[in-house]
Design a binder for this molecule. Structure first.
Ligand SMILES: [Ca+2]
Ligand SMILES: [Ca+2]
Length: 197
């Protein structure tokens, strides 16, 4: 295959991608940017001219392809980031749900007293008696304390501020309330987005 044919192929591939995105009514604004940057007619003309005259790429032609690929990458990469954030959020919600229901169960089985802050890990992951001391009557309630995927911490904080990123989880040993303590902030409202999870 000649280089000019390869170039035409590359250009056609790029235009096909953009056409697909437009057909799917996705990223309209981004596709407009691509079209504005390099018009379809201009690209095809360049391809034809090159075929007639020579077989190499010019710097401009390489740049055009690089620009299109760059814009496409800019569209696709944030999608992956978004997907991974969504997966982490889903995992965070599941972990919180599990912790909350298991703390509730612990309370029911220990005279309405939630696990203490100091002994939280042991009381949740090992067996206890009705007073919460090491025993064989109740538990374990979880295999291990889950890691908060947004700050990679599994530790507890009890300073009373939810979302200050001190621990993986903010835990109130008086009420048994547990929240995500990471400070992930992407919603435009100051403070952790996970305060009210
Ligand atoms: Ca905290
Ligand atoms: Ca926020």
């Amino acid at each position: 295959m000649t280089t000019s044919r390869r170039f035409k192929g590359a250009v056609k591939q790029c235009i096909d991608w953009v056409d697909t995105l437009i057909a799917e009514e996705k990223y309209y604004a981004e596709c407009c940017v691509i079209y504005q940057t390099v018009s379809r007619t201009f690209l095809m003309k360049r391809g034809k001219k090159m075929k007639a005259k020579r077989s190499g790429f010019t710097l401009v032609e390489i740049l055009i392809v690089v620009v299109i690929l760059g814009i496409l990458a800019a569209i696709v990469i944030p999608q992956f980031t978004e997907a991974s954030t969504e997966a982490k959020l889903s995992s965070l919600c599941t972990d919180l749900q599990t912790l909350r229901s298991q703390i509730e169960l612990y309370k029911i089985q220990h005279n309405d007293v939630p696990p203490s802050f100091a002994n939280f890990v042991a009381q949740m992951t090992a067996q206890t008696d009705i007073t919460g001391a090491v025993g064989t009557d109740y538990g374990p309630y979880v295999q291990k304390i889950a890691t908060n995927q947004f700050n990679n911490l599994e530790t507890l904080d009890n300073t009373g501020t939810i979302g200050d990123n001190v621990g993986g989880w903010e835990y109130n040993a008086t009420t048994g309330q547990i929240n995500a303590d990471d400070d992930y902030d992407n919603d435009g409202v100051p403070g952790s987005d996970h305060v009210s999870l």
